[in-house]
Design a protein around this ligand. Structure first.
Ligand code: C2O
Ligand code: CU
Length: 459
């Protein structure tokens, strides 16, 4: 018999036992090896690196305005650290090995504790050798709840990922650093799934209203998504609410590390196909998450949802007087780059390739001693990223959200990761209100590891 909380309390006559403070105040997040069935039945299970033994790691939920604490316990054989992607965080807790902390050695632990100013859909992932560690499974969803949640029947997290598996052994194809993929689009898996399952299924009732929190945790894959049997609105991007919910009419694009909150009504009837589809490489739409409709929640669907409440202090002001910093995205197969600085040396393209580097941001490959720019706290900055490569890049800034400033001067939604297409220029504008050292990098993790990572300093 499963004991409900109510039954338990009713039968409880003794005073509750004191619990050790550590268990209460400092929940653990354990990075550990595990074996998980990612491939369909009949294929071997996959040895993974995980948080707490599952793929993805546990969904961490916390209230907006509260403080999150986790002790990362590293039981892996390699050093690691955790980055809390999208959180306007205290810089010392940002988890970037080599910039904001030392990686946590095997057998040791690190206490993460930080405030949560914003509600929304975020995620956490390894930020030490991320190219390999995230691909092996070190990621999970981080959900910060509004004080007053929107009027939905259910709140579901859909963490979208891909895995590159050897079908004979079930092992990851472990050439995570393959120059061929790093110098091209990055590592794309041969199995796609949601919440660790290639056949993810979500039971629902007709006219039920769901909040779907989509998170792209793949290394490099850009997902084209569409709804079937569902009527939906986009209500937030990268955690931040849109001023007005936008009806989903077209293909949704979700680049690596991006999030998208949808509110959907299940309009399909019992027995009809419904769900989230993705455009597969062979140009057909395939089911990514099936919504299986059984029964009915209401006789008619509801109207357009209300916008989510805004997060505090996110206005991007002072744009017109802000200086524009140029950041060309350079390198990669077929284009290369003439010369770049790497580890303090000026190198030609061939020399760079010999060092296993293929990309640069504004003539700099990887982190240099000096930041791309130093901004004073509260200053507004504009960075114009021109993609001089033939590949798309999902550019992510730590610690602060930005808005895309369009050519006509209008501003796009708040984001922390923006997809910059080949030969396109994307200008971002933000208020540098969070002091510290913040990475600005491509979230195609193989690109980030081979040149496309820089940092900015806010003093
Ligand atoms: Cu998802 Cu440097 O981060
Ligand atoms: Cu890239």
């Amino acid at each position: 018999m499963k004991m409900t909380r109510r039954a338990f309390c009713a039968g409880l006559t003794l005073a509750p036992l004191a619990r050790p403070v550590q268990a209460q105040d400092m929940p653990l997040l354990t990075a550990r090896a595990a074996t998980v069935q990612l491939a369909p039945d009949g294929y071997p299970a996959t040895p993974v690196w995980s948080y707490d033994g599952t793929i993805p790691g546990p969904v961490i939920r916390a209230a907006q305005g509260s403080r999150l604490q986790r002790r990362l316990v590293n039981t892996l054989e390699v050093p690691t650290s955790v980055h809390w992607h999208g959180i306007r965080i205290d810089n010392a807790m940002d988890g970037v090995a080599g910039l904001t902390q030392n990686a946590v050695p095997p057998g040791e632990s690190f206490h993460y504790a930080f405030d949560l100013p914003d509600a929304g859909t975020y995620w956490y992932h390894a930020h030490t050798n991320s190219m390999e560690q995230v691909a092996r499974g070190l990621s999970g969803a981080l959900i910060i709840e509004e004080a007053t949640p929107p009027d939905v029947d259910r709140d579901e997290v859909l963490m979208i990922d891909d895995w590159l598996l050897d079908p004979d052994t079930g092992l990851f194809v472990d050439d995570f650093a393959a120059p061929m993929t790093r110098s091209h689009g990055g590592q794309i898996g041969n199995l796609v799934g949601v919440n660790g399952r290639y056949d993810y299924r979500l039971p629902a009732r007709q006219n039920e209203r769901l909040r779907l929190r989509l998170i792209n945790s793949a290394n490099a894959q850009i997902f084209g998504l569409k709804l079937e049997g569902l009527t939906g609105w986009t209500v937030a991007l990268d955690g931040m609410p849109l001023d007005t919910p936008e009806p989903v009419t077209d293909t949704l694009v979700l680049a690596p590390a991006q999030r998208m909150d949808l509110i959907v009504d299940v309009t399909a009837e019992e027995g009809e196909t419904a769900g989230l589809l993705f455009a597969s490489a062979d140009d057909t739409w395939r089911v990514l998450a099936e919504v299986s409709v059984e029964g009915r929640a209401a006789s008619v669907p509801r109207g357009a949802p209300q916008p989510l409440p805004r997060n505090p202090g996110m206005e991007v002001t002072g744009i017109d007087s802000a200086s524009v910093l140029e950041m060309p995205l350079q390198g990669g197969a077929m284009r290369g780059v003439e010369s770049v600085t790497f580890n303090g040396q000026r190198l030609g393209w061939q020399e760079l390739v010999q060092k296993g580097q293929f990309w640069a941001l504004a003539g700099q490959a990887g982190l240099g001693e000096t930041p791309f720019t130093t901004l004073s706290r509260g200053e507004t900055a504009r960075i114009r990223m021109t993609n001089d490569t033939i590949f798309p890049h999902a550019m992510h800034m730590h610690g602060m959200h930005f808005r895309v400033r369009k050519a006509d001067g209008s501003l796009g939604p708040l984001r922390d990761t923006v997809l910059v297409m080949p030969d396109e220029t994307t200008e971002i504008a933000f208020v540098a209100d969070n002091p510290g050292k913040w990475l600005l990098h491509c979230h195609m993790l193989g690109h980030a590891a081979s040149g496309m990572t820089n940092w900015i300093m806010v003093t």
